[in-house]
Structure formats: C-alpha cells, structure tokens
Ligand binder design. Structure first.
Ligand code: C5P
Length: 231
C-alpha cells in the first residue's frame, strides 16, 4: 500500500547538546536504541515503505553490533555529513528511482504515532507538494530585539505552530530542492523546499508525544510516554 513512499531516518548527529558519550539516537529507551523505535514506528505505520537510515560512518560497526544484539533488521544505510541537510542529501541518493514520495524523520523522535506518519504521506499522495506535522505552541513567545538580545517583545503565539517530523514531500521536487546550495537557515526539510520555491506545504496534526530526544531528561520522559501510550 505504501510501496511508493520511502522514509529517510536521519541519525548522523553527534548530539552535542545531549552531553553523553553516545549520540542520543543510540541511547537505550525501554532496552532498545532510540533510533530502532523510530524505524519500527515508521514500518508499522506504512507497511511496504522502505527505510533509508543515515548514520555517521564511524558508527557503522556499532550499528551492526546493535542490530545483531537486538535481532533488528537494518534498513539500507547511508553515511551522514556535517549538517542535517548534508545527511538528508546523502540519504536521498539511496532512494530508489520508482519512489514518488519521500518522508524524512529525525532518528531522535522514537515515539511518532501512525496517525502522524500517515497524515503527511496521505496529504502528499492527495496532491500537496509537501506536508509537515505541527502542534500548537504552549509556551508564551517573545521575539528577540536585534539591538538588545537580552530583551524580547511579546508576540501572539496563536500565529505560530511548532513543527515536527516526519515531513513528506513529492520526491521529484525534493530532489530539485536538495540540488541547490546549502543555507545556514535550513533547520528542516520544509525550509529547504520553501527556499526552492515549493511553497504548497500543508500542515497536518502533529502529536505531543512525538518529542525529539534532545536533553538527557527527555529520555526519562520518553520512558513514561512509552509506558502510558505504547503498550
Ligand atoms: O540536532 P538536531 O536534534 O536538530 O538533529 C535532528 C536529527 O538530525 C537527529 O536525528 C540527528 O541525528 C540528525 N542529524 C544528522 N546529521 C547531522 C546533524 C543531525 O543526521 N549532521
């Protein structure tokens, strides 16, 4: 049913904000590496859709060992680069020529729900250039003043949403967007598509449980969410 879709899971970050020796996406959650949860969630949500995993070259040996230890079938593996953008571009090179939709997911988001995954893929299948899961912002927001960065001005948070992954796109347009030069303001794939002029990107419902493991405490939160939602 989802054979025309490929997932790229980017897991080549060094996790400098995480502060552990091991990048966050390989830390154990309920006894298994975070990124295995992410890959399994995508496989369950969209049966038949291949996955490409992007890891940093030096992690390959450890990844093979982890797969053996956990009886996990590894997807095709691409090697990452210095930026997330470069890692995605390297993953795209392994996507098969007959694939028409590519969804890109952070390996550090292990708890993505089937609804969130299917919503972005289905939106592109229905004709959008891309689809992005979003959730309301719950904190109050302030815009930093350029000339006084320790000050901020209140903004209306109802005008903003927080964006998650997976983000899905028409494969032909994503290839074009990623053939253009890197810009430092790219923080996700939607920003790469927009810079290339592909602006028909629909927002679909994200999920509050689809957290990105960023700080060590996030792992403890993920354990609790997993025990409450994913039995
Ligand atoms: O750093 P950040 O949390 O925004 O990274 C989001 C995802 O992108 C993570 O899963 C991380 O492993 C991945 N990434 C990557 N290659 C990089 C940087 C980040 O695959 N060079």
């Amino acid at each position: 049913m989802y054979a025309g879709t490929t997932h790229i899971v980017v897991a080549a970050g060094s996790g400098s904000r995480f502060g552990s020796g091991l990048p966050k996406q390989f830390c154990l959650l309920d006894g298994r590496p975070v990124v295995m949860h992410a890959i399994d969630a995508l496989r369950r949500a969209t049966p038949g859709a291949p996955v490409v995993l992007v890891i940093s070259g030096p992690m390959l040996g450890m990844w093979r060992e982890l797969c053996e230890r956990h009886g996990f079938e590894s997807p095709a593996v691409a090697f990452g680069g210095a930026s997330r953008w470069e890692s995605v571009r390297n993953g795209l090179a392994l996507v098969s020529s007959d694939c028409t939709i590519v969804a890109i997911h952070d390996g550090a988001r292990p708890l993505v729900t089937p609804e969130v995954v299917r919503a972005v893929v289905d939106e592109v299948a229905a004709g959008a250039q891309g689809a992005v899961p979003a959730v309301p912002v719950t904190d109050s927001l302030r815009r930093l003043e350029c000339d006084a960065p320790s000050h901020g001005r209140a903004v209306d948070r109802s005008e903003y949403v927080a964006v998650q992954t997976p983000q899905a796109f028409r494969r032909d347009l994503l290839d074009l967007a990623y053939s253009r030069p890197f810009q430092s303001r790219f923080t996700d794939d939607a920003s790469v598509m927009e810079a290339a002029g592909f602006t028909d990107l629909r927002l679909t419902p994200g999920s509050p449980v689809n957290i990105k493991i960023t700080n060590p405490d996030d792992l403890a939160v993920a354990e609790i969410i997993l025990s409450r939602h994913c039995q």
